[in-house]
Design a protein around this ligand. Structure first.
Ligand code: FNR
Length: 340
């Protein structure tokens, strides 16, 4: 098996092994204010929103994880079935392996076979140009493309990239790409400095992919005997802090929140902090592994119902109203915001 394909198997195994040890995404530092006179019925609550310019019926989706090997192809098959049944968008993992390894292609194509009319999002790293992007999009007939920024992960990997001149290429992709492009991190968060650069080149869709869930510094460390990069594992910007940083750009970007999202309350807090939708990776993978397809299907259905109930408790009929909802930040988050 291709070394890159083997790495995909390891990422899944190690992400699951480290799942319980995730650090905080700081959403616990965000207090929602309930309205005990909501003057609403549960039926009226509309949880639909937009992702990369398309309408989606619930404010969360299955975010990028995997593909590239026979085992990860099986995971993509199972995830895409659940996406299809529940009308959820699904992003595949990075397709770069399938650009040079024909055997890997099927592990991605399977998501489109399972979900012929669903919302599929392609995924590549930022070192790829328009030709690769077109191939990745075509592979799954994707309606959007995620480009991940992962310099920290690359530097920790012995086989990773060492040169990071990505901006020009990204600008080209955004201008010429046939589908909307979402720029995302992979769990370190997008800082104000990065956000300003993305705004300058005309990016419209970002996924903060904050710290506090899956942590690729730890995953890559775990893959080797000498864990010499443990010192880097806490440098990311938490999901809550990344969202506060992104608030300054709310006129420029449509924001996806991700990083350690596990509950309906996490999702609603992200929306109240300005996100338009929420991506979930590690929690869905963990649920699939521990509770099987039925367990994940049940979890997705529960999340939709629970989100509507929390929105009712806040007196918010829809996500536009949730965006206007006042939230209270802990002293630490408030201090962070003041210093931005
Ligand atoms: C990921 N993630 C990821 N992101 C990406 O853009 N391309 C990729 O190939 C992968 N691969 C991948 C594998 C596995 C096993 C996991 C769990 C995650 C990162 C993912 O999309 C997300 O940004 C982070 O995982 C943070 O979200 P969670 O996992 O904390 O919900």
């Amino acid at each position: 098996m291709d070394i890159q394909a083997h790495r995909k198997d390891e990422h899944v195994i190690i992400a699951e092994k480290l799942y319980q040890e995730s650090a905080s995404n700081d959403l616990g530092e965000v207090q929602l204010l309930l309205d005990s006179l909501p003057e609403l019925s549960l039926e009226e609550i509309d949880i639909s929103t937009k992702l990369a310019g398309r309408d989606i019926s619930a404010p969360f989706f299955i975010n990028a994880m995997t593909g590239g090997s026979p085992e990860t192809g099986k995971i993509n098959r199972r995830l895409s079935k659940i996406a299809q049944v529940n009308n959820l968008a699904l992003a595949t993992g990075s397709q770069s392996v399938a650009l040079h390894d024909k055997e890997a292609v099927h592990s991605f194509k399977v998501v489109r076979e399972n979900d012929p009319t669903g919302f599929i999002i392609a995924n590549l790293g930022a070192s790829h140009g328009i030709e690769d992007a077109l191939k990745a999009i075509e592979m799954t007939a994707a309606q959007a493309l995620e480009i991940h920024l992962n310099p920290a992960q690359e530097l920790v990997m012995p086989e990773g990239d060492r040169e990071f001149y990505w901006l020009e290429q990204l600008t080209g992709l955004i201008r010429q790409g046939p589908v909307p492009v979402i720029i995302k991190e992979v769990g370190m968060g997008l800082s104000p400095k990065t956000l300003a650069k993305l705004q300058k080149i005309g990016v419209q869709y970002i996924d903060v992919a904050g710290y506090g869930g899956t942590n690729f510094i730890e995953i890559e460390n775990e893959r080797r005997h000498r864990k010499e990069y443990s010192f880097l594992k806490n440098v990311g910007l938490s999901t809550a802090k990344s969202l506060l940083a992104a608030q300054k750009f709310s006129n420029d970007f449509s924001i996806t929140a991700s990083g350690g999202i596990r509950t309906a309350l996490d999702i609603v807090k992200c929306l109240a902090l300005g996100a338009d939708n929420v991506g979930i990776s590690g929690f869905f993978l963990h649920t699939l592994i521990k509770q099987g397809d039925e367990g994940l299907d049940r979890t997705v259905k529960d999340l939709k119902k629970q989100i509507a109930k929390i929105m009712l408790l806040l007196g918010c009929k829809n996500i536009a109203e949730l965006h206007e909802q006042k939230v209270i930040l802990s002293a630490e988050l408030q201090a962070f915001r003041n210093q931005l």
